[in-house]
Write a protein that binds this ligand. Sequence first.
Ligand code: GDP
Ligand code: IMO
Ligand code: MG
Length: 425
Amino acid sequence: MPATVVVGTQWGDEGKGKLTDLLSKEMDVVVRYQGGHNAGHRIVVDGEAFALQLIPSGILYPSVTPVIGNGVVVDPGVLLSEMDTLQSRGVDTSQLKVSGNAHLIMPYHQEIDRVTERFLGKNALGTTKRGIGPAYADKASRVGLRVQDLLDEKIFREKLDVALKEKNAVLAKVYNRLALSSKEIADRYLTEYRPRIAPMISDTVSYLHDSLAAGKNILLEGAQATFLDLDHGTYPFVTSSNPVAGGACTGSGLGPRDLSRIVGIAKAYVTRVGAGPFPTELDGELSELLVSRGHEFGTNTGRRRRVGWFDAVMIRQAARLNSLTDIALTKLDVLDTFETIKVCVGYEAEGQRYEFPPYHQSVLHAVTPIYEELPGWCCDITSATRYEELPENARRYVEFLAKTTGVTISVVGVGPGREQFVRPA
Ligand code: GDP
Ligand code: IMO
Ligand code: MG
C-alpha cells in the first residue's frame, strides 16, 4: 500500500495531531519526518488531552508502530520524558523506533538558540528556543552528532569534542557565556540516555520499505507547516526543516512514488506564532474573539497565537507545493458566533492582483488582502456528526473555500474531540 502524508498548509497548529490520530485508525505505521520538539500536537480522546512533541501522534493506537524518521532532530532527554509521561497514562511506547540517522539536539544547540534570539533583539524570529535551528545548521555543516553515535562511545566523545571546541569558543567569545563541559554532556548522553535509547535505534528506511512491501499502511506526520518551510515559507521567519510533502520523502527514506494521498490540514481561519508577515492578520475585538474561542495559545510554549481570516492565496500555493489530494478543514466550530466571515481570495500590491503569493518578500510584506464576505451561521455545530447536519451557511463557507482554493475538502473538524468531525459528500 502506498503511503499517506499529513501536512500543515498554513503556519502550524492547524490540527495535524488530531488528523493524524483520526487517520491512524487505519494505519500500521506512523512516522514523524522532520522537526523536533518545537512541535506540539494536541489530541483529545474521551475528554482527555495528550500533547505530543516528538512522538508520532499515531501512538495512541496500540496497533500502530510509531517511527521517528531520519529527518527529525531528537533531544533524547525530551524523548524519554515524553515516553515516561505517556507510559504513566497507560499508553504503550515500547514499539517506538528511532532512525539511527536522525540528528541529536545537544545542550549547546539550545543554548545557542537562546542567545542568538537574544542577540537579534527586535529582529528575533520568535523561535521555540528548543535548539532546532542550531541542530539542523550542524547537520548541514556536517558537524552534527547522530542518534547512531550513541552506540559507539569512542566516536561519540570524539565528535562531541570536535563540535564543542568551536561551540565553546563562540559561546564564550561572542556571547559571553560559560563554556560547556564535554565530559558532563558525554556522561549524560552515554550513561543516562543511551541505555534506554539504544534498543529503539533502527534502520527505519528498511523497516518502512519492508512494511510497504508487506502491504502495510503508512502515515507520514508532518510537523510545522508549508509556510514555515525553510525553502518555501516566509523566510527568514521559518523553521529549519522541510515540512512540505517532499520533506516526507527525504525525512523518511520513502520515494516520491511511494506516496499516494497528501492531506493538507487547514484551519478555517489562520494562526501564526512568532514573527513574520501575515497578510490577513486581525487585531482588536475580532482577534480577541478568535483567540478565546479557538484557545489559540501554544500547545507547548503557551504563547498567544496571532490570528486572521482564512487566506486562499496561501492554500493555493500549499496545494501546488505539496501536491495536495485533499484538505482537512479544522476548527470550523470556532467561527460559530461570527455574523459574517471574511475569506481572502487574492492579494493586491502596487495595482497588481496576485492569486499566489508574490515571490519577493518586499511585495509580500506590502500586500493588501482582497476579501469576500460570507454570512455566518450563528449556531453551535459541535455536535454535528454528518455534513448534512451543518447549517446551510456553514456548508456554503466550506464549499466556497474548496472552490476558491481548488482543492476538495474531505474532512471538517467541528470540535477538538476524536469524534468531532464530519465528511462532506
Ligand atoms: P498541530 O500542531 O497542527 O497538531 O495543532 P495543535 O494541536 O498545536 O493545535 C490545534 C488545536 O486545535 C488543538 O488544541 C486541538 O485540540 C484543537 N482542534 C483540532 N481540531 C479542532 C476542531 O475541529 N475544532 C476545535 N474547536 N478544536 C480543534
Ligand atoms: P506544530 O507542529 C507553530 C515557529 C516558531 C517560530 C519559527 C521558528 O505544532 O504545528 P523554531 O523553534 O522551529 O526554530 O521556530 O517556527 N514554529 C511553530 N509554529 N507550530 C509549530 O509546530 C511550530 N514549530 C515552530 O514559533 O516562529
Ligand atoms: Mg501545534
